[in-house]
Design a protein around this ligand. Sequence first.
Ligand code: PMP
Length: 442
Amino acid sequence: MYPTSVHPLLPQPTDLDPPAPTPAHPLAVLGGDVRVRVTDGRLLPYANLDVAATAPCAAVAAEAVARLLPTYASVHRGAGALSRHCTRAYEQARATVARYVGCRAGDQVVFTRNSTDALNLLAHAVPRGADVLTFVGEHHANLLPWRRAIRLPLPGTPDDAVAAVDRALRRHGPALVAVTATSNVTGEVWPVAEIARVARRYGARVVVDAAQLAAHGPVSLAALGADYVVLSGHKLYAPFGAGVLAGRADWLDDAEPYLRGGGATRHVDADATVQWTGGPARHEAGTPNLVGAVALAAVCAALTETCWAGLARHEQRLLDRLDAGLAGVAGVQRLALFGPGHPRTGIVSFVVAGLESAEVARRLADDHGIGVRDGLFCAHPLTRHLLAAVPAAATPAAPPTTAVRVSIGAGTTVEHVDRLVAALAQIAARPGGRCTQSFGAR
Ligand code: PMP
């Protein structure tokens, strides 16, 4: 139904083999049969090992969009049958997402563009004078928006993280604690529920950046004991352009609208004096992203407990294989904050002795048809901290300044992982050569 064979921008196949079989997993995603030509002329199935940046689109999301498009009409703006239909679809999507993220009575779901947008919206709504506690290793989306930030140094262990929040709240008083559930650099899981428990003792609120966690397990405000959660549709197997801020309504209802314009108003006088509306619409001025919201809700509805259990098994199997494979490649040095045994999702960052990470990523792409990310992963302080901890003996030529990140998800196969490990073994054994194009500054 959704032909995805070779992207028109990619080299066209002349000798297409049947796509490599993929093991069954409970969330079908598109793009498994995309092939790319590599430097020796072969066409290889594209191994997308950059799922943490953007996950492939789930078939259920594509189907929901395909069903919706013929009824395309205005949302919250029209009296016609299709407008009413689209308005209903948008609000149903909101209700589905609210259930999915464990909203409590009185919580709100605001549709945003992505997690960055959601965190900037919350930063805008934090009452003036309130401090925001974060760790300096947060993703930039959760590091930079806060106006009055107290940035805690990186903890050595999860217990240190909880204790640091406790000390800071005791010293500075109630605030908002902004913490990421799962690192986009190491995949390590942070003790979010424990931090939320400590925060509650001091009357502080917690926002959980679930941009990464959301793609690897259920996210529930109620279960985490958090006040707000943010996530991005494009990391949760839905298309680009829809994200979520969910949580307590009071700060959002008291804040000035995030965007000023149509849809957020109750009444506007001739002199443009405005009475703003309350609820999610207050911060969603302009015509909303109906398609994005519906697609995201379709994924949320598909991610039942059984589906998550299947996905977790699938990812753990691949992660174990990846761990074992990387351990056997001489010259690969992995990055971790809490240590190798700490629970984590399907993300591994590493450096390769004697090679710039951009060069490793380029060779994986050009010679092996594997997509990974290199750079500092929009978490410069954390990644630099982890790179500085790489023992000098492990990278004798020069200290590494960027890393390679591999990330897996629903569309990843055993063949992808095995191909990566074999390719890295080949690359690490024959360093040399330099990359001219680097994404290291990101
Ligand atoms: N937080 C984390 C932990 C992330 O990994 C990302 C994306 N890499 C973001 C926030 C920002 O997400 P987006 O780019 O979708 O706004």
